[in-house]
Write a protein that binds this ligand. Structure first.
Ligand code: AMP
Ligand code: ZN
Length: 462
């Protein structure tokens, strides 16, 4: 039985789907105004692990993920420009062109990382009517009010506000940036609908004139539409706990008059070099950038599986090198099992399977599950070990069926040589031939020969 940690209760709970045999799940998706960075992608690797663990337990899944192509302002509150409009202006494109471009890249990244697409992908701009209806209901029920610039949720009408983050209202307000909007009844009231200025590119007709939806209403309206009043699991990154998900709970429970999500699950953040990822620091890497440096996307997935999803994960290139090496070793080790004609005694194999399953079902302890796989892989080569590894791969998603013979040398290429080779690859990409030649000489001085290949390079011992 799969146990998962519920942010709402702060406890691990057995997952009991409302409708036996099928889990309903909503995942907050991307705002498609830019490339997804490796931090964003960690959150979707987490979503995928969860989806895979559910299926591994013999359950079906109905998953919904939104694509935010309108209504996400620069702050998660109600301030600043719409992220889509800002990108459109900067890149001299229409918001639709921006959204389509980054949506396509996002789904390509998911595919490269073996992240399964949820069954339903819902674009915000296709659901404006559902959102307007939702806001109308909240007004009718007395949970919302109109001001000169929009419709706001009245949090004083929802006394349980804050129950997910367990922050009291004073803390919430102190944490929020002070916004001057004298018409709001409470500083923490949030916009359900914004009335648009004439020059706002994206706007729709509504009972309150032309305007556009708030970001939070999107998830409430779309989860209700596809998953019903109450569904099993809602996922997102930890940054969503205090504002976005708190607001979703307020809107949904106010409208439906009951609990709407049974289990809230959140993936912890990825850090880079021990600090925050940010554009200004130039450390928001994309999958394409990792590929340019010679890393395979699945080595990044392997890197993510090494840490529990509720623990912060610090990204460094040393860590990525280690993940790439370990992942290659795993494929090579499993190959020996693949070509073996022997079989491991079944009790031993069953014991590994039981340990693997127990780790997965203990709130997705995939670092431990990966450890079980490694211990099993170190057995003398056996065909049934390979088959068990393929079974484990239904959860790990590491394409272990690509197990291959070791590439020439059995000895791993030393770390410093890999670093130089990666630097050389970057130099070649930048067409800095002098630097590339210099690095080749340095690699040769260490006793290795580097050759260019379609996928980057190959290094072998001279
Ligand atoms: P956004 O497109 O900004 O709405 O973010 C998409 C998802 O990525 C959300 O679920 C965020 O919680 C998550 N996210 C943003 N930054 C990070 C990070 N550094 N590490 C992990 N997840 C993140
Ligand atoms: Zn959401």
């Amino acid at each position: 039985m799969l146990k998962v940690y519920n942010t709402l209760t702060r406890e691990k709970e057995e997952l009991q789907p409302i409708k036996p045999g099928i889990v309903t799940m909503y995942s907050c998706g991307p705002t498609v105004y830019n490339y997804a960075h490796i931090g964003n992608l960690r959150t979707y690797v987490f979503m995928d692990m969860l989806r895979r663990a559910i299926k591994y337990n013999g359950l079906k899944i109905k998953g919904v993920m939104n694509v935010t192509d309108v209504g996400h302002l620069l702050s998660d509150g109600d301030e600043g420009e719409d992220k889509m409009e800002k990108a459109a202006k900067e890149q001299k494109k229409t918001p639709r062109e921006i959204a389509d471009r980054y949506t396509e890249i996002f789904f390509r990244d998911l595919e490269l990382l073996n992240i399964g697409k949820p069954e339903i992908i819902a674009k915000a701009t296709d659901h404006i009517d559902d959102m307007i209806k939702y806001v109308t209901d909240l007004l009718d029920k007395g949970y919302a009010y109109e001001t000169s610039d929009g419709i706001y949720f009245d949090i004083s009408a929802f006394p349980e506000y804050g129950k997910l983050s367990r922050l009291n209202l004073e803390d919430q307000i102190a944490g929020a940036r002070v916004e001057v909007n004298a018409e709001k009844r409470n500083p923490a009231d949030f916009a359900l609908w914004k009335k648009a200025e004439k020059n706002h590119i994206m706007q729709w007709q509504s009972p309150w004139g032309m305007g556009y939806p708030g970001w939070h209403i999107e998830c409430s309206a779309m989860s209700r539409k596809y998953l019903g009043v109450t569904f099993d699991i809602h996922t997102g990154g930890v940054d969503h706990i205090p504002v976005h998900h708190e607001n979703e709970i307020a809107q949904s429970e106010a409208r439906e008059g009951c609990k709407t999500v049974n289990v809230w699950m959140h993936g912890e953040f990825m850090l880079v070099d021990g600090g925050k990822m940010s554009k200004s620091l130039g450390n928001t890497y994309t999958i394409a950038q990792l590929e340019e440096r010679g890393y395979s996307p699945l080595a990044f997935r392997y890197f993510c599986l090494n840490a529990h999803y509720r623990k912060k994960l610090n990204f460094t290139f040393e860590g990525m090198d280690a993940a790439q090496t370990a992942y290659t070793r795993l494929l090579e080790t499993l190959y020996k099992h693949k070509v073996s004609k022997e079989d491991l005694p079944s009790e031993k194999l069953e014991s590994y399977k039981a340990q693997f399953c127990a780790a997965v079902n203990d709130d997705l302890n995939l670092p431990l599950a990966l450890g079980v796989l490694w211990t099993m892989a170190k057995e003398t080569p056996c065909k049934n070990v390979y088959r068990a590894a393929l079974d484990f791969d239904r959860v790990l998603g590491l394409s272990l069926d690509k197990a291959h013979a070791p590439e020439k040398s059995e000895e791993p290429v030393p770390q410093n040589v890999i670093e130089l080779a990666n630097k050389r690859l970057a130099a070649r990409k930048a067409k800095d031939w002098a630097q590339s030649d210099k690095l080749r000489d340095e690699i040769a001085a260490l006793g290795y020969k580097i050759a260019d290949s379609k996928d980057g390079y190959t290094v072998e011992k001279i």
